[in-house]
Design a protein around this ligand. Structure first.
Ligand code: COA
Length: 260
């Protein structure tokens, strides 16, 4: 498929998705969300991709939010549909992807941009990054999972303040809050993400898929995370990766995981 708003680059089993609408600070319109869905779906089944990095083009923005010009005239039904479709196609889809997704937050991550970063499995920011959920300043609330994922990541009181005040925090504050795992100079951002991705790519992709499922289970209503952990732990014993990982350890060599 050819994309109008994103580009993909695969190197050494790591695929970087760059959101590329620089004139709109990479704001997420409906077409970009559909393209991202397609890209994630394709990469999930691509044997050559073990880890995915998401970033924004240019030096100013990761993603400056949902595209305001697109939804400014929506009514109640259209607004509801926008949030529901977006959550299903992109934000929930990324969170539940079976391959690790790292957000490389290279500048403004606002509204839908921060929501996309929060849907990724973890986040690394450049020192110039600014993050916030400013939706109430537009008369709306975060609709792509922000009211749920922000309190999970930084705690209820901080999330309440950030959302109610529509303020932005800088990268240092985001690091303090645990919203991002690392902060680095802008030119070091992708190299650092790639370094961590390379380390992840050496491990069993089957076990990583199970770990993502078990960790996510903690945050799902009506699901007992410990039960999912038991189930996924057991499943690992049936994989070729498990046979290789344990055999390699006992033979005092590095494992070469088949990923099955
Ligand atoms: N939706 C649509 N267009 C957006 C956008 C968004 N979320 N964010 C930025 N843009 C567009 C601007 O309209 C502008 O387009 P123009 O050149 O055609 O006028 C272009 O991107 C550059 O943005 P600009 O505002 O001129 O840059 P800035 O450096 O002065 O300010 C921001 C940067 C991020 C502070 C500012 O763009 C902003 O507040 N964006 C909206 C953030 C937001 O509320 N997001 C939540 C949406 S739910």
């Amino acid at each position: 498929m050819t994309y109008n708003n994103i580009f993909l680059n695969t190197n050494n089993h790591i695929t970087t998705i760059t959101i590329n609408r620089p004139n709109k600070l990479n704001a997420l319109n409906i077409e970009t969300i559909a393209e991202l869905h397609e890209a994630f779906k394709t990469l999930e089944n691509d044997r050559n991709t073990k880890v995915i990095i998401v970033t924004g083009s240019g030096e100013k923005a990761f993603v400056a939010g949902a595209d305001i010009s697109e939804f400014a005239h929506f009514n109640v039904n259209e607004g509801t549909k926008l949030a529901a479709n977006g959550q299903k196609l992109l934000f929930d889809f990324v969170e539940n992807l079976s391959k690790p997704v790292i957000a490389a937050v290279n500048g403004f991550a606002l509204g839908g941009g921060l929501e996309l970063a929060m849907a990724c499995h973890f986040r690394i920011a450049s020192a110039n990054a600014k993050m916030g959920l400013p939706e109430v300043s537009l008369g709306v609330i975060p609709g792509y999972g922000g009211t749920q994922r922000l309190p999970q990541l930084i705690g209820k009181g901080r999330a309440m303040e950030l959302i109610m005040s529509a303020s932005m925090i800088d990268a240092t504050q985001a690091l303090n809050y645990g919203l991002v795992n690392h902060v680095t100079a802008q030119e070091e951002l992708l190299p650092l993400c790639e370094k961590i991705a390379n380390k992840i790519a050496l491990n069993s992709s089957v076990a990583i898929r199970s770990a993502i499922k078990a960790i996510n289970a903690h945050f799902k209503d009506g699901i007992n995370g410990y039960d999912i952990e038991i189930q996924e732990f057991g499943n690992c014993f049936g994989s070729d990766d498990f046979a290789e990982g344990t055999t390699a350890f006992l033979q005092k060599r590095k494992a070469d995981f088949p990923g099955e």
